[in-house]
Design a protein around this ligand. Structure first.
Ligand code: AHR
Length: 496
């Protein structure tokens, strides 16, 4: 089949906030214990941080990591995780039915962030706790010295404040599974007061209001409108969460889910702007898509109740998952004028691109690579390509473009990149790219992932699904022609 895209500098959607390439570490399963932290592991440093994991996190180039939950945060006493380790209590974690040893906490995570070249997006507990404990945590982390909480941090060996800029006001507070779940009015009021006190404690921080736990919630839309109506003036972002699965083993419907994602993002933008209009406000609320991924392979896997760091949510990803992850991130970039933060949930072991063996090795899952390409090459501003391509119908959607694409333009470094997924399982796509006013830009690299069976996976012994380089495509005048193999992930890089 044939397709055509046209690109021009005027097609700029917006600047890409680097935090759109964020991720997430929760105290859940083996994300922390046996994931980023494992004293005694052959690659662990003096603090027990696994260097083999840090090396892969650095390859992903993740600028921000949300922590410590997730559902976990809604029952978390942050004070349990600071100070001398021998004094820290073991607690039941009611979110996941496990035991939390609290060996690893706030200061250990901030230390890990430094080593992994990333920043912390800290979540506070607004489930079982409230504004008081939240503002204390902000004081502990961000106040220089001379007060109870800041001096407590210093007595724990952390002289300089962590200066955490980004804070989540709880997690999925509309969900019945959440400890301390709330109605929209209860949550709106709590979030407003927490955000207010946190910002008074540390001026300049940004806060994220919890949106609906997913688009499927019965209160979806209404929840956002009601909570925003209450907390609008104090908060900066509203959160979105979405996980997808190929439950019916129908790959064309699975890959079409970006249509729904697009619609979801658009609905939340409209809801934010509706409240803005009602308030006659000059302030715009942007979006923090702080949980997104494929999640379904590991559902209902048995584990021993109240054990420490059991194998939970350990999805092993295949090639079709990698194509959806790439397509989802492309969709987020298409909204980069409003989606400023996004977190691939999660980063290590728990529904994650990086997978470890406790006491053993580590490998890159299939989904690692599209994320790595976008995060490393998709910087600057995003361009909305004019797309002309064949479409298909599936169970849930009609007119699904076979081509999922976005272009990025990094003016400072004279670089461009075009990211494409060919969703057809059996046909190549000959793609003409009209580069309009990008004079002097020439293709320098063409990376792809193709030729795999849709269910192919990686293992510790065999990174079967991985990118490879192809001959650089030809440029004729302003038109670049490239063949996108059936069922493929593609990155075309250009330089001036
Ligand atoms: O990421 C796994 C879980 O999914 C998180 O703890 C929760 O916020 C969401 O439901």
């Amino acid at each position: 089949m044939k397709a055509k895209i046209t690109l021009a500098k005027e097609f700029r959607i917006g600047d890409i906030d680097k935090r759109i390439y964020g991720s997430f570490i929760e105290h859940l399963g083996r994300a922390v214990y046996g994931g980023i932290y494992e004293p005694g592991h052959p690659t662990a440093d003096e603090n027990g941080l696994r260097q083999d994991v840090i090396d892969l996190v650095k390859k992903l180039n993740v600028p921000v990591v949300r922590y410590p939950g997730g559902n976990f945060v809604s029952g978390y006493n942050w004070e349990d995780g600071v100070g001398p380790v021998e004094n820290r209590p073991k607690r039941l974690d009611l979110a996941w039915g496990t035991t939390e040893p609290n060996e690893f906490g706030t200061n250990e995570f901030l230390e890990w962030c430094k080593k992994a070249n990333t920043e912390c997006m800290m979540a506070v507990n607004l489930g079982t706790r409230g504004p008081e404990e939240a503002r204390n945590l902000v004081e502990y982390c961000n106040h220089p010295s001379g007060t109870y909480w800041s001096d407590l941090r210093r007595s724990h060996g952390v002289e300089n404040p962590h200066n955490i800029r980004l804070w989540c006001l709880g997690n999925e507070m509309d969900g019945g599974w959440q400890m301390g779940a709330k109605t929209a009015v209860e949550y709106g009021r709590t979030a407003l007061e927490a955000s207010k006190l946190m910002k008074w404690t540390s001026p300049g921080i940004e806060t994220v209001l919890c949106g609906s736990s997913s688009r499927n919630m019965s209160t979806f839309g209404k929840w956002e409108a009601e909570t925003l109506d209450i907390a609008y003036d104090s908060i900066d972002y509203v959160s979105l969460h979405q996980y997808y699965g190929n439950h019916d083993d129908d790959v064309m419907s699975f890959l079409a889910l970006t249509m729904q994602l697009d619609d979801f993002i658009y609905s939340i933008i409209c809801t934010c702007d509706y409240i803005k209009a009602r308030k006659r406000s000059k302030k715009t609320i942007n979006l923090s898509f702080d949980e997104w991924n494929v999640w379904y392979h590991s559902n209902n896997a048995p584990f021993e109740k109240w054990s420490q760091a059991p194998k939970l949510l350990e999805d092993i990803y295949n090639f079709e998952d990698a194509l959806l992850v790439g397509s989802m991130l492309i969709t987020l970039l298409r909204h980069c004028d409003r989606v400023k933060i996004a977190c691939l949930a999660q980063l290590v072991n728990v529904i994650a691109p990086i997978f470890t063996q406790t006491g053993g090795g580590v490998f890159e899952q299939t989904t690692f690579f599209p994320f790595m390409h976008l995060s490393n090459y998709g910087r600057g501003s995003a361009l909305l390509p004019l797309v002309d391509c064949p479409k298909y119908d599936c169970k849930q959607f009609t007119d699904v473009p076979y081509l999922e694409t976005i272009a990025t333009y990094d003016e400072e470094n004279d670089e461009m990149a075009i990211f494409c997924v060919n969703k057809s399982t059996d046909e190549s796509m000959v793609l003409d790219v009209n580069l309009m006013d990008f004079d002097g830009y020439k293709p320098c690299e063409f990376i792809s992932m193709d030729g795999y069976h849709k269910k192919d996976e990686n293992t510790f012994d065999d990174i079967k699904v991985k990118p490879h380089n192809n001959p650089v495509p030809a440029l004729d005048g302003t038109t670049l022609t490239v063949e996108l193999k059936p069922f493929s992930w593609n990155v075309i890089r250009l330089k001036k």
